[in-house]
Design a protein around this ligand. Structure first.
Ligand SMILES: [Zn+2]
Length: 153
């Protein structure tokens, strides 16, 4: 399960609308306890792909900077988000081939005619490249008060 503050959910969907007709991408930071990942924030990244209309790529240097900042604040990289302009919110074969963070979440938002529609999250399961696969994962939206409780625990 991916627990996501409503504000973060809105933010990453708006990012998808702003990047339209290109794909947006970014990184989900937070803390994990067993199967439950609790996102604290999303960090937008620029799409470094030469074909941003139907592909995304987070520049390695961006990823390194964001991971360092996350570690410094006690957070981990829980997953990644990107958008599918005028395509369903489901992973593509390219998404699977290029997903290497086993245990992380890959959240995809469909943006139709510039408006965010469905968002779905997929957990990258498996133990190594050869057997990795995506599993549908529930997104649980958290309101602000719940978030404050989670932070104080
Ligand atoms: Zn994709």
């Amino acid at each position: 399960m991916l627990r996501l503050p409503q504000t973060v959910y809105d933010q990453l969907r708006e990012h998808g609308e702003a990047a339209y007709p290109d794909e947006c991408c970014g990184i989900l930071l937070g803390t994990a306890a067993g199967e439950v990942k609790t996102v604290t924030r999303a960090v937008p990244a620029s799409n470094a792909s030469p074909h941003p209309h139907h592909h995304y790529e987070i520049a390695p240097i961006d990823l390194i900077h964001i991971e360092r900042a996350a570690t410094a604040s006690g957070e981990s990289i829980l997953g990644f988000y990107h958008s599918h302009p005028d395509h369903p919110a489901h992973w593509s074969l390219t998404d699977l081939a290029e997903a290497h963070w086993i245990g992380c979440s890959y959240l995809i938002t469909s943006v139709e005619n510039g408006r965010a529609s469905a968002s779905h999250s997929f957990h990258l399961a498996g133990t190594r490249e050869e057997d990795k696969h995506f599993q549908s994962e529930k997104i649980a939206l958290m309101a602000a008060p719940e978030l404050a409780n989670a932070a104080s625990r």
